[in-house]
Design a protein around this ligand. Structure first.
Ligand code: OSB
Ligand code: MG
Length: 382
């Protein structure tokens, strides 16, 4: 087989700049509508942001954890603890990003905390070099595919209205959340009304193998995939389920690293992987997983965590990397917030495509007044 070049070689060799100030700023933004999943319904986005200041240049990154451990074990509080007490002490100016990543491995797990720092440093370096983040990654600009994640609704009519909106906007695919008892009939209703929409479901781990017969009923609806049907911590049982289902399984919660993705693929546990850059520890591990999956014929897309404009922009830049072949959970800001803390908002262009924000770093501007308005906690670490 052809030896592939490491997708992260350029990033690993970059040097960590001297950091003058580090702040953790928690903002709370109301969602335009509650976001319901099988595990929880969120009404606000409470995001812990990291502000890095170096020689007058300011970079922002976003920790994608929630205040609660309902989707993932990390929380904003654990991320703050791990960042302050274990990770930031390992960051030294002049070391390479690759060496820093190696040091971070000493702390097990906590990928969202690690990603906050790694992404922040890469964004800072991109700003200092006056290049866009995707350029720093060695990737040319391109238009990014769009996808909307529709939360659980109270009634089928509300769900159909949400899908209708997504179709009218031109989204490349629509994902609907499902849970036990709110699944087959709801998917059928959408499929009957929208026979051609590229549709998928996400169960956030609500089912067990005992539900195999019910899950197999979903095979009738020509779904692109079913995301994380079984436990958040399982890989093996998904391999058993995949053998029983025609519909491709996509793993989200179960994948924390390249090694997890390789194990899942070797077992036949999924045919598609959702990469959330925070869940796997940052942009570099995401690029490795995406390239590996592509080499295995496994589809990859970029997941979302209802991010503010900062994390949303990171996910957009990430999708320039090799292997991101499927539309992700990359949607318009207006689905989540009336007023984000960064500008410009993400909007769909003609054909449902998303343009990478122009300019150095992320290409989006954090608006200080909006940070001040939304901040519920501000902690200076240095
Ligand atoms: O499972 O993909 C998920 C949001 C919060 C937690 C978990 C998930 C989601 C989404 C929304 O599906 C993704 C987005 O639009 O950002
Ligand atoms: Mg998911």
């Amino acid at each position: 087989m052809m030896q592939r070049q490491s997708p992260t070689a350029a990033l690993e060799g970059l040097l960590v700049p001297k950091i003058d100030h580090i702040d953790l700023v928690t903002v709370k933004l109301p969602f335009v509508a509650p976001f319901g999943t099988s595990v929880y319904t969120w009404t606000d986005k409470e995001a812990m942001l990291m502000r890095l200041e170096s020689g007058g240049v300011v970079a922002w990154s976003e920790c994608v954890s929630d205040p609660d451990p309902f989707y993932f074990y990390e929380t904003n509080a654990t991320a703050r603890h791990i960042i302050k007490d274990f990770l930031m002490p390992l960051v030294e100016p002049g070391q390479t990003i690759g060496a820093l990543e190696g040091r971070f491995r000493h702390a097990r797990g906590h990928g969202m905390a690690k990603a906050t720092i790694e992404n922040g440093l890469l964004i800072l370096i991109a700003l200092q070099k006056s290049v866009p983040l995707h350029g720093l990654m060695g990737r040319p600009a391109k238009k990014i595919m769009s996808g909307l994640s529709i939360g659980l609704k109270e009634t089928p009519a509300e769900l159909l209205a949400a899908v209708e909106h997504a179709v009218a906007r031109g989204y490349h695919r629509v994902k609907m959340k499902v849970k036990k008892g709110q699944d087959v009939d709801w998917v059928r209703a959408v499929r009957e009304r929208f026979p051609a929409v590229k549709l998928m479901v996400d169960a956030n781990g609500d089912y067990s193998l005992a539900d195999t017969d019910r899950l197999r009923q979903l095979d009738a609806f020509d779904l692109m995939m079913i995301e994380q049907p079984l436990s958040y911590s399982d890989i093996y049982e998904h391999s058993l389920l995949q053998k029983e289902m025609k519909t491709a399984i996509c793993l989200d919660e179960s994948i924390h690293s390249l090694a997890d993705a390789a194990a899942a693929i070797a077992l036949g546990a999924c045919r598609i992987v959702n990469i959330k850059q925070g869940r796997v520890g940052g942009l570099m591990e995401s690029m490795r997983i995406a390239q590996y999956c592509a080499g295995q014929g496994v589809g990859v897309w970029s997941g979302g965590m209802d991010e503010t404009g900062i994390g949303r922009a990171v996910n957009i830049h990430l999708q320039t990397a090799e292997g991101f072949t499927l539309p992700g959970d990359t949607s318009e800001t207006a689905n989540y917030f009336d007023e984000d803390i960064a500008a410009p908002p993400v909007v769909l262009g003609p054909g449902g495509w998303i343009d990478i924000p122009q300019g150095p770093g992320l290409g989006v501007q954090v608006v200080p007044d909006r940070i001040l308005k939304r901040a519920i906690r501000w902690e200076r670490l240095r």
